[in-house]
Design a protein around this ligand. Structure first.
Ligand code: FAD
Length: 472
């Protein structure tokens, strides 16, 4: 007998609780993927994310075929599809790993009820988090709104999850069982970009389970020991670049911790700083679960009265294209466009320039990231944007405005990152790369003048903040 394993953002075979549940029940797993972006509410996956997903699905299918199975691909609606495949195969059960985006959570709950109502065993598992978003609460039973106590509580409760290797073979349904109905070819889903704008993405990350494991090994060997200092340096390969792998579930976070915990010496000493960042991912899911309106609306309603710059179109376009005239910001936005990823420190700086100096509503920036990041993740992106804009939980206070020149001098001291992504500035000495407007002749009109005067932009942001009744 058969169980459907409904793959979603858990595109791996090791440490996959839904797959393990099918095997434990003695049922032959039929791996199914249903393409139904219209079921994801206001946040259907963006273009860069789709480009990654296409390759990740291809890798998963290859991994399944190497074990005698394959991925069955369908177009939605999800419920109708699962019911049709279950009926055709005579499946007894459907297993899947949970997703936590509010619209998807509601859809999955509906699907679970409908499948159970027709007598199927329908079960979801936790395949992507160290802690369920509802597991931790303050002493008063409330959700956490501040990271540090959240993480303290998480560490106190930590029980290492066991790692489970990918099954060596996967039995296909026996000859007597009916076969799944024909699906669609991966190419027919239209996930891959037509015009090849993702060309530059694949030098920096290889979608799929093997790519995730390779990134983890590289990080553990080359970068973990230096992580506490280098993680803030966009000019160095100091962070793990695991974000898209984690988002698509190509690796389980508990395996990441387990593998890195084998480290010794300086790398072992650096581990807590890294695991704390995984903690921010956990916190973001906790916040999204308890405050499901935050992808669209300010967590702090006092900002609902804030006077954002309108119309924002001209400013937003210059920002999106990396033509603000502020070098570190332009470098970040061009890195994003070219590679589908941006360094965390620079994400903060570009978000700060947009939401503070330019006073463009953070949601415009969040939507751009959503469409252009290969690691676009509703929990992390929402938390990141609301944190920088000062509207979120545990947010940087609004009046603390990053100075992108000081930040660039500190975290990209030679301007090497700027030179890499803004070639117009590569020939300038380091100090001028940070502030090319000091010598306009040096760029001879090849690089834009700043779209905003940093001191005036900061003052205007603070004035709008004071005037909007946001205080207190
Ligand atoms: P590492 O430093 O190696 O961290 C390891 C892992 O921890 C990351 O892969 C990620 O899963 C998690 N992590 C690290 N920092 C954070 C953080 N601040 N918040 C939540 N999780 C974190 N991350 C996304 O995965 N998707 C997003 O859409 C996203 N949008 C962001 C938007 C803004 C405005 C900001 C400021 C941050 C955003 N982040 C997002 C968080 C962070 O920038 C990325 O996770 C990180 O840069 C990914 O690179 P890495 O894997 O090398 O990180």
């Amino acid at each position: 007998s058969v169980a459907l394993v409904w793959f979603r953002n858990d595109l791996r075979l090791a440490d996959n609780p839904a797959l393990q549940a099918a095997l434990r029940a003695g049922l032959a797993p039929v791996p199914v993927y249903v393409h139904a972006p219209e079921e994801e509410g206001e946040w259907p996956p963006g273009a860069a994310s789709d480009a990654w997903r296409q390759r990740s699905l291809m890798a998963l299918d290859a991994d399944l075929r190497a074990r005698g199975s394959r991925l069955h691909l369908y177009r939605g609606p999800s419920l109708d599809t699962l019911q049709a495949v279950a009926a055709a195969t005579g499946a007894e059960a459907v297993f899947w790993n949970r997703r936590y985006e509010p619209a998807v959570e509601q859809r999955d709950a509906r699907i679970g009820r409908a499948l159970r109502a027709q007598g199927l065993r329908a079960e979801s598992c936790n395949g992507s988090l160290l802690f369920e978003p509802w597991e931790l609460a303050t002493v008063a039973g409330d959700p956490y709104r501040v990271f540090t106590p959240f993480w303290r509580a998480a560490l106190a409760r930590w029980r290492p999850q066991a790692c489970v290797a990918a099954p060596a073979t996967l039995a296909v349904p026996a000859a007597g069982d009916a076969m799944p109905p024909p699906g669609v070819a991966l190419e027919a889903l239209g996930l891959a970009p037509a015009r090849g704008w993702d060309r530059g993405f694949w030098d920096h990350g290889r979608p799929g389970e093997a790519g995730a494991q390779a990134a983890l090994v590289r990080f553990g060997t080359d970068a973990l020991a230096g992580y506490p200092l280098a993680r803030d340096r966009p000019d160095l390969p100091g962070s793990s670049r695991l974000s898209a792998h984690l988002h698509f579930g190509e690796i389980a976070p508990w395996r990441v911790v387990h593998v890195l915990a084998q480290a010794e010496g300086a790398a072992a000493a650096a581990l807590p700083a890294f695991v704390r960042q995984l903690g921010w991912r956990e916190f973001a899911h906790h916040v999204l679960h308890h405050f499901p309106h935050t992808p669209q609306r300010n967590f702090n309603p006092r900002f609902d009265a804030f006077r954002w710059a309108e119309p924002a179109a001209r400013l937003l376009r210059a920002w999106q294209r990396g033509r603000t005239g502020i070098p570190i910001v332009d470098a970040g936005l061009r890195e994003l466009w070219a590679t589908g990823w941006m360094h965390n420190r620079v994400r903060m700086l570009v978000a700060s320039l947009l939401s503070k100096h330019l006073r463009v509503h953070w949601l415009h920036g969040a939507r751009w990231f959503w469409d252009t990041l290969v690691d676009a993740d509703l929990a992390n992106n929402t938390l990141g944007w609301q944190w920088v804009a000062g509207t979120g939980v545990d947010a940087a206070p609004y009046f603390r405005v990053f100075n992108p020149v000081l930040q660039a001098r500190r975290f990209d001291p030679q301007g090497a990152y700027i030179a890499r992504w803004v070639p117009e500035l590569a020939a300038l000495p380091a100090a001028l790369r940070h502030e090319p407007w000091r010598d306009p002749a040096a760029t001879a009109g090849r690089y834009p003048r700043p779209i905003v005067d940093l001191a005036a932009g900061r003052a205007a942001a603070l004035a709008a903040y004071a005037e909007g009744g946001v205080r207190g």
